[in-house]
Ligand binder design. Structure first.
Ligand code: PMP
Ligand code: GLN
Length: 383
């Protein structure tokens, strides 16, 4: 009895591995991306109200409670530039994680080619393996982590079923430009491919505004936009996500979703509906506070000797550690946790050729100021 061939190569996630090491060494955990404060009270109160005496204990509709689907449709419609039908074009899932798995299982056939932009979120190659698709990689490179448009074009072929676009991008913090998104859109048209987007960091864009790929000309019909509650509302443990797209793609998503989880716990869906109605100022404050954290950690890391690649979005940043001469990213992360008692993530886990991430390290800055300062102080031992 052992793990299936499909999943055996992936082992335990790098996030769990590094969090366990952080705990073992009493380290400040700038590895796994979760905030070290509680989520917004107004959201929790709505979920609590729906729980005790709320009459919400049984299965909700598979695709989500109407109030949440309506809240999603009204928030995204104006941003995507068209009216979104909450009945046929919105599906509530268990986090973006389930939405991604359902999108792959419901839309991709064995042998289809799927383009991944690397470094990628570690789950993506697993979905490829689960459905028996063939990955094609496009690599973002430091310092800009911009899309190489020639490499992007070369990755498309008549067999390309889909491109997976994570924007803003984990782990680099890159926010793709209009030109980059426009090129993805035009290649999707040329090769008759779809786009699956992962936009969980959409509210953490430090300059300018987030652009949905689905809002590009002609892209609504071929884009499944995925996102979730976790990052924006500091509720990563709630696992409420959603997929928005035309009926044809929504059908594929739901075909898998109904058998994966069937539905998402009802009380947290009520909380999510309340969250999405937050005043604009909530989102402005979120961005401002993350920008300050980014700047604090970037400066601290640069002072210690890292080469910092300033992120345009997300709550992660990548840095070069060559200056310290301590080996590859895994060796460096181990040294960091053992000697400085700071945990981070070795990004080689996010490349199909792990050496490409050897000179890099990923830090998460979704931590309060005192914690970030403590981490910076501890890293002084590296100098
Ligand atoms: N996509 C990316 C790029 C992520 O960083 C995360 C974070 N955990 C997820 C998806 C998963 O989102 P969720 O917690 O909503 O499942
Ligand atoms: N998205 C989080 C990160 O990139 C981790 C989520 C997880 O542990 N699966 O750090």
């Amino acid at each position: 009895m052992s793990v299936s061939d499909r999943l055996a190569p992936f082992g335990v996630t790098i996030f769990s591995e590094m969090t366990a090491l952080a705990e073992e060494y009493g380290a400040v955990n700038l590895g796994q991306g979760f905030p070290n404060w509680d989520g917004a009270d107004f959201v929790k109160r709505a979920a609590a109200k729906a729980t005790v005496g709320g009459g919400n204990d049984q299965y909700p509709p598979s695709h989500g409670i109407p109030t949440l689907r309506e809240a999603i449709a009204s928030r995204y419609g104006p941003r995507i530039g068209r009216a979104v039908d909450p009945e046929t074009e919105v599906t509530v899932t268990c986090g973006c994680t389930e939405a991604l798995a359902a999108a792959f299982l419901g839309l991709i056939n064995p042998g289809d080619e799927v383009i991944l932009i690397e470094p990628y979120y570690d789950a993506y190659p697993v979905y490829i393996s689960m459905v028996g698709a063939v990955p094609r990689y496009v690599t973002l490179r430091a310092p800009e982590f911009a899309l190489d448009l020639d490499e992007l074009r070369a990755a498309f072929s008549a067999r390309t079923k889909a491109i997976l676009v994570n924007n803003p991008h984990n782990p680099t913090g890159r926010v793709f430009s209009s030109e980059e998104l426009g090129e993805i859109a035009s290649l999707c048209h040329e090769f008759d491919s779809i786009a699956i987007t992962d936009e969980v960091y959409e509210e953490m864009v430090f300059d300018g505004v987030h652009q949905h790929l689905a809002s590009h000309e002609g892209m609504w019909d071929r884009t499944l936009t995925l996102s979730s509650l976790g990052k924006t509302f500091s509720l990563t443990g709630w696992k409420v996500g959603w997929g928005i797209g035309p009926e044809s793609l929504t059908k594929g998503l739901r075909a898998a979703h109904q058998f994966l989880t069937f539905t998402t716990p009802t009380p947290v869906q009520h909380g999510a509906a309340e969250a999405l109605g937050a005043p604009d100022q909530f989102f402005v404050d979120l961005r401002d506070s993350y920008r300050e954290k980014r700047d604090l950690l970037s400066k601290g890391l640069a002072d210690v000797g890292f080469e910092v690649y300033l992120p345009q979005g997300t709550y992660f940043l990548m840095a070069g550690h060559d200056h310290f001469g301590l080996g590859d990213d895994r060796a460096f992360c181990r040294h960091l946790v053992e000697t400085a008692r700071v945990a981070a993530i070795p990004p080689s886990a996010f490349y199909h050729r792990p050496d490409d991430g050897g000179g890099l390290i990923r830090f998460a800055f979704c931590k309060d100021e005192a914690t970030l300062e403590e981490a910076i102080d501890r890293m002084a031992v590296l100098v």
